[in-house]
Design a binder for this molecule. Structure first.
Ligand code: ADP
Ligand code: MG
Length: 749
């Protein structure tokens, strides 16, 4: 269905302008343009508070000129303002200080000395460009300018500037906000009333929402603050409705799938295992266990997300679910994101099961099974055995990495898939596994240690049921964390190494984590896919990332001296698999004192004797990631210590994030801080580059009420009309949202 919103902006704005829109903002259709909402509004006469600016922002500010100077770039001599015209062809730097009434902002213009005659002190103007930091002073470099109190304006321009609010659009130097504003007005004025509205009439009325046409008018050309609020509310609802409709459709599909019920049986391995457990299950573990057993007994696939802090004991929960499925005749797989983890899980499960995992062996329990391991780096013979065991059903439980998903791997009767650390597995992989169990879909349990606020879970994992482990097993030692500002206080870093030495002296072990491997220029992220590269960049600090992150190799070299008498080894993703395993085993066996590693150790690695972690360039990691990393220490009875080393100065915003990590061990709290300091797109795991996200105004953190209301509406629509036959406009929206990145991410969860 083609609508007005699908028409090309070219038909309205002319080819040249249309090309700029396409090149700069990827705006091609009327819909693209009209849904490029203003980021902010400037109330007539209002100045932009400069303290809201952040380095890296594309900002438009309204300021008043305080001071102007022009200098020759060659001689650095100041040029009298009366002479600037003569300098038109020479190299100059014009510095303009503007103020918002409280703070100053510096503007730097190269080779445009005549600006000095226009931007005279007292002039109010709009400036737009990227916010940078130059010698500790916030600057806009060669910003676009629009003087506000200019004379001799066209009538249309006078009318535009007289409006009570000026929309400020996400803009660039090539496409200033004023041009966007003019273009939007042209397009809006020439559209007729009957725009196809993705929100059905009845819902507009029930929810008291503006129609699409009204809302577009008010979001772009508001007369009052209420106009802005109402219009934004409507668009937020629309975004939430589209997203919740997709999720409702997905739930409908899942509900229609068949699974073999795997009811809990008495007197099997699970009961035996429970009797032998060396500890009491926490109340949470027992409760979640019951939820899972109930799901497994149904003829439709379980689709459950298990959230729980690092160390909250998810593995036991998963193992009990797997045993229950094996008891009822099926097989279970446990997928891990890395080989190190898969290997570790395999060892852990085998150890926990004891003779229950020794089926067919001398000394095996009466009812027993085998736990297979299948990773990419297995030798041919081991691989063949593992595959045979999976295919014959001899291995009730198979642990592995995505090597498990290869076509050749077959199962006798796959009943349950447990995915550890969900965000590294996509829906395609889930689908690949489903295909291994014929017409019936396996039950799926995904586990994550990254706590997710409720609305985010609802948005991102809207088709999953969620269980949460909130308590840690008793007897866990607390982790103490501190930030070490290595540049400001170099002796603190020395003291950090002294602490490592002391801990080793007490018979404990330590990790030193680095953001990069450093045996070439690539960073660890590339090979290991785990380093949250450029989180800082996304948060706006591009220009501050001059030095490459500290590497494992650099630290290894430095520590070879500082800790010369300790047993220090390195671990990273580019080591051959056997070597990784060997290093990990030596560390686990206490034969290594200090392990210098990348984030390969982030998830799941469990060495209770490790008491200390030093994280180098800690500011290069995300908050949640730091929290994950530090969960590797303090796992036994030994109190944990985590030192977050950074070159940042104590006043900076990113230092504040490290402080937050140091001051709490509440994962939910940290994940909230983490999410708040990121942009919305990142909350949903969307890369900032590339296609636009379909969430522009909706905040999954703030707009809880809207999301709930939209979910309710979406459910009622989908329950009677899953194909949206009666709602063509909504359907076409859903389709285009499905093509956008946000939902690409949804697809992957
Ligand atoms: P995570 O949730 O991070 O995967 P694990 O499953 O690795 O946590 O559990 C961390 C440690 O706690 C393991 O050594 C495990 O054996 C132990 N553990 C799990 N449940 C309990 C419990 N109820 N009481 C005591 N220790 C437990
Ligand atoms: Mg775990």
């Amino acid at each position: 269905m083609k609508t007005d919103m699908d028409r090309k902006v070219r038909d309205f704005l002319g080819a040249r302008t249309a090309k700029i829109f396409a090149d700069v903002l990827a705006i091609e259709t009327v819909g693209d343009l009209l849904r490029h909402y203003p980021r902010r509004y400037l109330k007539k006469g209002e100045l932009t508070p400069f303290d809201e600016l952040e380095v890296g922002d594309q900002a438009t500010v309204n300021g008043r000129v305080k001071k102007v100077t022009v200098r020759s770039l060659d001689t650095k001599a100041e040029i009298p303002l009366t002479d600037v015209q003569k300098w038109a062809r020479r190299k100059t730097l014009t510095k303009v200080v503007v103020t918002d009434g409280r703070r100053d902002l510096e503007l730097a213009f190269f080779n445009q000395p005549w600006l000095a005659t226009k931007l005279t002190p007292g002039t109010a103007a709009l400036f737009w460009g990227e916010v940078t930091m130059f010698r500790d002073i916030m600057q806009l470099k060669s910003p676009g300018t629009e003087i506000l109190d200019e004379e001799d304006l066209s009538e249309a321009e006078i009318e535009r500037r007289a409006r009570p609010f000026r929309p400020l659009y996400p803009a660039t130097a090539k496409l200033p906000t004023a041009t966007i504003e003019r273009s939007v007005k042209i397009v809006l004025d020439s559209l007729d009333e009957g725009l196809e509205d993705p929100i059905p009439d009845l819902i507009l009325r029930n929810e008291k929402l503006l129609s699409l046409r009204e809302a577009l008018q008010k979001v772009h050309l508001p007369d009052t603050e209420k106009d802005i609020r109402d219009a934004q509310h409507r668009f937020r609802f629309e975004e939430a409705l589209v997203m919740q409709t997709i999720l409702a459709q997905r739930r409908a599909v899942t509900d229609a799938l068949n699974a073999i019920p795997r009811p809990r049986t008495e007197g099997g391995m699970l009961d035996e295992f429970d009797q032998r457990l060396p500890f009491e299950l926490t109340a949470g573990q027992a409760e979640v266990g019951e939820e899972i057993f109930a799901d497994l007994a149904r003829p439709h696939p379980m689709h459950r997300l298990l959230q729980g802090e690092v160390g909250s004991g998810k593995t036991v929960v998963a193992l009990r679910a797997m045993l229950s499925v094996v008891d009822s005749g099926g097989q279970a797989v446990l997928l891990a994101p890395t080989e190190v983890l898969a290997t570790q899980h395999h060892k852990t499960l085998t150890k926990m099961l004891g003779d229950l995992a020794e089926e067919g062996m001398l000394g095996g329990a009466e009812r027993a099974t085998r736990v297979g391991l299948l990773t990419g780096s297995l030798g041919a013979a081991a691989r063949r055995t593992a595959m045979l065991d999976a295919a014959s059903g001899a291995a009730g439980i198979v642990v592995g990495t995505h090597a498990l998903l290869e076509d050749k791997v077959q199962f006798a009767d796959l009943g349950l898939v447990v995915v550890d650390e969900q965000h590294r597995f996509g829906v395609e992989q889930r689908a690949a596994l489903s295909q291994k169990s014929g017409e019936n879909t396996p039950h799926v349990l995904v586990m994550t240690a990254t706590p997710i606020p409720r609305t985010v879970a609802m948005t991102v994992f809207g088709d999953l049921s969620v269980s949460t482990l909130t308590e840690l097993p008793a007897g866990r030692s607390p982790i103490q964390s501190s930030v070490v500002p290595a540049k400001e206080k170099p002796d603190w870093l020395q003291r950090a190494w002294a602490r490592v030495r002391e801990e080793v002296g007490k018979g404990h072990q330590a990790y030193v984590v680095c953001p990069r491997i450093g045996d070439d220029v690539k960073n660890a992220a590339d090979e290991e896919g785990e380093f949250v590269a450029g989180e800082e960049e996304k948060a706006g600090g591009k220009k501050q990332q001059a030095r490459p992150p500290i590497s494992v190799m650099q630290v290894a070299e430095a520590l070879a001296e500082i800790l010369h008498d300790l047993r220090v080894e390195i671990l990273h993703g580019r080591l051959p698999a056997e070597e990784k395993d060997a290093v990990m085993s030596r560390f686990a066996a206490g034969e290594v004192d200090v392990l210098i590693a990348t984030t390969v150790i982030e998830v799941g690695v469990d060495v209770p004797n490790a008491s200390t972690m030093v994280i180098m360039d800690a500011d290069r990691f995300g908050i949640s990631q730091l929290h994950q990393l530090r969960g590797r220490v303090g796992r036994g009875r030994v109190p944990g210590l985590c030192l977050l080393v950074t070159d940042l100065w104590a006043g900076s915003k990113s230092y504040g994030r490290l402080d937050a990590v140091a001051s709490t061990t509440d994962g939910f709290e940290l994940s909230r801080i983490d999410l708040e300091t990121r942009r919305e797109g990142d909350v949903l795991g969307v890369a900032q580059s590339g296609r636009r996200s379909s969430l522009k105004l909706l905040s999954v953190l703030r707009d809880e009420d809207i999301i709930f209301a939209a979910r309710h509406v979406a459910n009622s629509i989908v329950s009677v009309d899953a194909e949206l036959a009666e709602y063509p406009a909504l359907r076409s929206f859903v389709r285009s949202a499905l093509e956008s990145e946000t939902t690409e991410y949804l697809e992957k969860t």
